[in-house]
Design a protein around this ligand. Structure first.
Ligand code: NAD
Length: 239
């Protein structure tokens, strides 16, 4: 696909908005659809506050497994292309729905994690965050205060952190290029972000091999996997 109807070299403020499809080529399974985690596990038993209260070790074991699986994968070409674009256009940020830390592993700096991070554990009593980007297993499941730690992620039925959502809204409202990659755009409030970008006047691009419910609102659709789609986009920016 070479016939873009835009010239990104004029863009000064880019937001990359990524979902589970961004990590698919890194070997991290999506949560829905074929091979998805929720076909194998019931989220009611592994990924919500009430499951954690009734069986914390089962829930923590599940998240430990997710970290071990994520560590088997690594950032792909597409993650590094975003990183290169960050160097070319300084005002570039990433808003991700992913919790796997793959953008950070590709050295991206300005990453807003909407749904938290698998690599952070939180003490509900003190609010302390423990972070370990390198190991699947945490050395302890307990805070120094003695309280059990929970993953600092948004589980089913959790509400997103207000400050994080406000930051995302502010970044999207002021960007002039919005690139949505690998998200099915069904989980709110994230699913409302492409519309917000469009209404705020940004040029909007979708990179996804499949049509999504929001495809029609984008100015340009690149029907490619993340790595190929980003390579095409970068070529357009640097040529
Ligand atoms: P989703 O699973 O609902 O949709 C994935 C989308 O990615 C689909 O539209 C699919 O067509 C597309 N896709 C598949 N392979 C692709 C590729 N190689 N390149 C580009 N696109 C590709 O994902 P979602 O919209 O992000 O929503 C799922 C929720 O689950 C999110 O909230 C996210 O936090 C969470 N989640 C995170 C991870 C992770 O951290 N890696 C993985 C799975 C789910």
């Amino acid at each position: 696909m070479d016939n873009f109807n835009f010239s990104p070299s004029s863009f000064k403020n880019i937001v990359f908005f990524t979902g589970a499809g961004m990590s698919a080529e890194s070997g991290v399974p999506t949560y829905r659809g074929r091979g998805g985690i929720w076909n194998e596990y019931k989220w009611e038993e592994y990924a919500c506050e009430s499951a954690f209260r009734s069986n914390p070790d089962l829930v923590l074991d599940f998240h430990e497994l997710r970290r071990i699986e994520a560590l088997k994968g690594k950032p792909h070409k597409g993650h590094f292309i975003i990183n290169e674009i960050e160097d070319i256009i300084k005002n570039t940020s990433i808003i991700t729905q992913n919790i796997d830390g793959m953008h950070q592993r590709a050295n991206s700096k300005d990453v807003l994690e909407l749904h938290g991070s698998l690599w952070k554990m939180r003490c509900e009593t003190e609010g302390t965050i423990y972070e370990d980007l390198d190991n699947g297993k945490y050395s302890s499941r307990y805070c120094d205060c003695g309280n059990i730690l929970r993953p600092d992620i948004i589980w089913f039925q959790d509400i997103l952190k207000e400050k994080v959502v406000q930051n995302a809204i502010s970044m999207i409202s002021s960007c002039d290029l919005f690139v949505s990659i690998g998200t099915s755009a069904v989980v709110y409030p994230a699913a409302g972000f492409p519309r917000l970008a469009k209404d705020s006047g940004a040029f909007c691009i979708e990179i996804n091999p499949e049509k999504t419910e929001l495809s029609q609102i984008f100015d340009e659709v690149i029907r490619e996997k993340a790595s190929n789609g980003l390579a095409l986009l970068k070529k357009q920016i640097t040529d």
